[in-house]
Ligand binder design. Structure first.
Ligand SMILES: Cc1cc2nc3c(=O)[nH]c(=O)nc-3n(C[C@H](O)[C@H](O)[C@H](O)COP(=O)(O)OP(=O)(O)OC[C@H]3O[C@@H](n4cnc5c(N)ncnc54)[C@H](O)[C@@H]3O)c2cc1C
Length: 361
């Protein structure tokens, strides 16, 4: 059968588009199939935190991949701007993790000890030291930790930039084109069936976020991704409220350009709906007000939700199928897909290239 492209990617979020960008830089003819519009699902809902140290209280193997990925952002931001003209809003000014109880303070100290052991800088801060940096913080905050290397980007801009950069390098994007099936030939991936049409290619990469389960079942019956819905609010303030993101147990307030502050995010497992609940909004604003009372004076701008793709094993699937050659999965990045997108794109492109070199593409 004639191949139309080298690689078909199922899903046009940050993960699929980052892989497409990396593969297209290496000269691979790549096609992204996207059931809706590229980058409009979880990838555009995200706060864009690059919170390597803010996210992991305990050591986890993903921490190393996350560090590697975070290190890639300064160069990536320049590269994407040069290729596409899109500014991904990369800021490496650090993140404050705040504590409101003695237990939380003790946890920050424990986290600081092992993270500094890995060579990552952490500055533990007293209440007064924090208030000196962020004067509008509430008295409920007893202290915190400052992670100077963590940062953030504008998630929708990152998604757009990967997509444009991949297309400018020759990748093709087919929107409103849902993949129904991965085609096999003699035990090898041979293409996809999308919107009833067969597209032949030597390799297929599953990057369909929370919708990946039907494609993952051949890897193992236990493999799945499922949605963990998160709701977010954005508010606008003329007064500068904070200079850096504040983070606490999955809750955050992230200052963006133009006086915008993102407040997130709720957590609801296995909910594919995209509506925004009043109870979710109230919970977010009550927490925000408790930590940063002045935020109550800001103007409401927007509210939305997105579906974090969680995996059954609690870490992303980033591998080739053990029996079906040429079929790969790169999905299940849960709450860190923006952060992990550069390293995931690079790792998957390297895997594809390595495999192609051994069998010929
Ligand atoms: C509220 C919220 C806040 C977040 N904050 C952060 C953060 O601060 N930092 C961070 O690192 N991460 C954050 N995340 C997580 C991050 O957004 C995700 O991990 C990341 O976007 C996953 O990217 P993806 O490409 O795998 O998934 P998605 O962006 O969901 O993309 C998957 C794509 O596949 C498409 N698709 C599905 N099935 C098919 C099919 N059959 N055929 C064709 N296309 C298909 C979908 O339409 C979708 O566009 C947040 C997520 C949420 C919801």
């Amino acid at each position: 059968m004639m191949k139309e492209v080298d690689v078909c990617i199922i899903g046009g979020g940050v993960i699929g588009c980052s892989i497409a960008y990396e593969l297209s830089k290496k000269g691979y003819k790549t096609a992204i199939y996207e059931k809706g519009k590229a980058g409009q699902q979880s990838s555009s809902a995200a706060a864009g935190l690059l919170g390597v140290q803010a996210e992991w209280d305990e050591y986890n193997p993903l921490f190393d991949l996350a560090r590697e990925s975070r290190e890639m952002f300064p160069k990536l931001a320049e590269e994407l701007r040069a290729v596409t003209g899109i500014d991904i809003g990369y800021e490496e000014k650090g993140i404050y993790k705040v504590a409101e109880t003695d237990e939380e303070l003790a946890q920050l100290e424990k986290t600081a000890a092992w993270q500094m052991g890995t060579g990552e800088p952490v500055q533990l801060m007293t209440k007064d030291e924090l208030k000196e940096k962020e004067p509008l913080l509430s008295n409920s905050v007893l202290g915190g930790a400052y992670y100077p290397k963590d940062g953030h980007v504008i998630a929708p801009a990152l998604a757009k930039a990967y997509e444009h950069a991949a297309l400018l390098n020759g990748a093709k994007l087919f929107e409103h084109t849902a993949v129904d099936e991965v085609l096999m030939d003699n035990g090898k991936a041979a293409g996809v069936r999308a919107n009833g049409e067969m597209i032949m290619c030597g390799k297929v990469i599953i990057a369909a976020g929370a919708w990946s389960t039907p494609f993952l079942k051949t890897f193992s019956p236990l493999s799945e991704t499922y949605p963990v819905k998160g709701e977010m609010i954005s508010v606008l303030s003329k007064e500068k409220l904070i200079s850096k993101p504040l983070y606490k147990n999955g809750f955050y307030i992230v200052p963006k350009r133009g006086g915008r502050y993102l407040v997130g995010a709720t957590v609801k497992e296995r909910d594919f709906s995209k509506d925004v609940s009043l109870s979710g909004m109230m919970h977010l604003m009550e927490t925000a007000k408790r930590i940063l009372p002045a935020i109550a004076q800001a103007d409401f701008e927007n509210a939305w939700s997105g579906l974090r793709p969680q995996s059954a094993k609690g870490a992303p699937y980033m591998e080739e199928h053990s029996e079906r050659k040429g079929l790969y999965a790169c999905t299940g990045h849960f709450r860190n897909g923006i952060l992990l997108s550069p390293a995931s794109g690079k790792a998957m492109a390297e895997l594809v290239v390595k495999e192609s070199a051994s069998i010929g593409r």
